[in-house]
Ligand binder design. Structure first.
Ligand code: C2O
Ligand code: CU
Length: 470
């Protein structure tokens, strides 16, 4: 099959020329991990939960030498964590106090297209935008970021990114749930600094901007104090170009409990977990008293996948976050055997199949055109999309207003830790993913949703298309 052909073709490639970075063992982990605050909210007269977000410029102090000019929501860098429950109506008053136009996109959220915050919902400097929707999807770790066409990489690099946690409407599934204590958001990013202390904001590789400094929740060289036997980590790869292959310094096994769009049917034990830009995972890690394991990103190991990851800018060995566990840890029960109900992962049969080819910043030979609708889908439909990366670079594929299941990648079932709801799928060089998508139930023939590569530089360059639901 194609997989064999691809690995034969890659045998001759050398890794010797690629610049490989290693920070393993070199960090001092001197700084406590920052935790984004939970956004305060009020209940409006119509019962909606109302949040306020202001996109603004400021200065951040990542390094002692010089402050870094950054952008954030309700602060200088990143944004607060929004949190709401399934069934709730949510309204967000977004104020743009930046010098440039921006948008706020609710990545992974099922919202009407006019409230989606894509490239058509631009907020001018000084203006306000007030999207609202009712949350109608399972508990999940989602996020928000700007989506101005051609400017997304720059605005995200400056710091505009936040998390949005959706809670389920049923009982808790037995997972750690105390925000910032045993339920920890991890917004993982890389940055490069110039001599004057600013962020570099222009791309230096075909994949996008790759930095040599890791920020987690905006913290540099961070550690986290652990006081419980188990901790849930909500990991968001919020880098613009870097692929992370997460694991621990002692190769311990951890449990993947959730993917982009919700909980898995059951916890999946793994030692490594690879996330490309935009993807999330919820994992549960167990600890012993008095230890200091380090969360790392390690090179993909052998052959084809190693080569692919190099091309995605992820072949570095990076120390990310040190865990310092207390001398005595509070007991935590072991994970439940089942998490999401099987029914919540059911999909009816696909109504139709479409195919997409990603190559040279084009999708099916076309660059993004804000005035062209590329395709129309029935609201609420289920469709199968075959998405092929025929390029010499890694890409990934994300679409708005929907979640999907991965049917297979190059004919092989996804590993169990990727078998849940997804909104972004990694596409190694020459890989084809077949995904089964449940589309937004909101019809709007006038306002498109986006599909695009989430190596966001590529979307900026035109690797994006538009669809409406009717
Ligand atoms: Cu993370 Cu089009 O979005
Ligand atoms: Cu791409």
């Amino acid at each position: 099959g194609t997989g064999v052909g691809a690995s034969l073709m890659l045998t001759g490639c050398t890794v010797g020329t690629a610049k490989v970075l290693s920070t393993v063992g070199t960090l001092d982990f001197a700084n406590p991990l920052g935790i984004p605050p939970l956004a305060p909210s009020t209940i409006a007269s119509d019962g909606a939960r109302l949040f306020q977000l202001t996109a603004e410029a400021g200065n951040s102090h990542f390094r002692p030498a010089a402050p870094t000019p950054t952008w954030g929501y309700n602060g200088a860098f990143l944004g607060p964590t929004l949190r709401a429950r399934r069934g709730e109506k949510v309204r967000v008053a977004v104020h743009n106090a930046l010098p440039d136009p921006t948008t706020v996109h609710w990545h992974g959220m099922q919202v009407p297209a006019v409230h989606d915050g894509g490239p058509h919902q631009v907020i001018a400097p000084g203006a306000q935008w007030i999207p609202e929707w009712t949350i109608d999807q399972p508990a999940a770790t989602l996020w928000y970021h700007p989506h101005v066409h051609g400017k997304s990489e720059e605005q995200m690099t400056r710091g505009l990114t936040g998390m949005f946690i959706v809670d389920g409407d049923g009982p808790n599934q037995g997972l750690p749930t105390e925000y910032g204590v045993d339920d920890i958001p991890l917004i993982v990013q890389d940055r490069a600094f110039t001599d004057d202390g600013s962020f570099r904001v222009t791309s230096d590789t075909p994949t996008g901007l790759l930095g040599d400094t890791i920020l987690i929740n905006g913290s540099i060289n961070p550690y986290l104090l652990v006081r419980t036997e188990a901790v849930r980590l909500r990991i968001l790869n919020a880098a613009t170009a870097r692929v992370f292959n997460f694991g621990f310094s002692d190769n311990r096994t951890f449990s993947v409990v959730g993917t982009d769009g919700g909980l898995l049917p059951a916890p999946v034990p793994v030692e490594r977990l690879m996330l490309s830009p935009g993807e999330r995972a919820e994992i549960v890690v167990r600890f012993k008293a008095g230890e200091r394991p380090v969360l790392q990103s390690l090179p993909q190991e052998l052959g084809m996948s190693g080569e692919l990851n190099i091309r995605a800018g992820g072949n570095d060995s990076l120390d990310l976050l040190q865990f310092r566990t207390a001398a005595k840890l509070a007991a935590v029960l072991s994970l439940p055997a089942s998490l999401a109900t099987p029914a919540s992962l059911d999909l009816e049969e696909a109504a139709r199949t479409r195919s997409f080819i990603l190559k040279d910043m084009y999708i099916n030979g076309k660059l993004m055109d804000m005035s062209r609708i590329d395709l129309t889908v029935r609201a609420g439909a289920v469709e199968t999309w075959n998405v092929s990366n025929t390029d010499h670079l890694a890409h990934n594929f994300h679409l708005h207003g929907a979640q999907f299941r991965i049917l297979d990648i190059d004919g092989v079932d996804p590993p169990p830790e990727f078998a849940g709801w997804k909104d972004t799928v990694f596409l190694p060089v020459r890989a084809t993913a077949r995904i089964e998508i449940k589309f937004s139930q909101y019809a709007d023939p006038a306002t498109p949703y986006m599909y695009h590569c989430h190596f966001i530089r590529h979307a900026d360059m035109g690797m994006m298309g538009q669809f409406t639901t009717v």
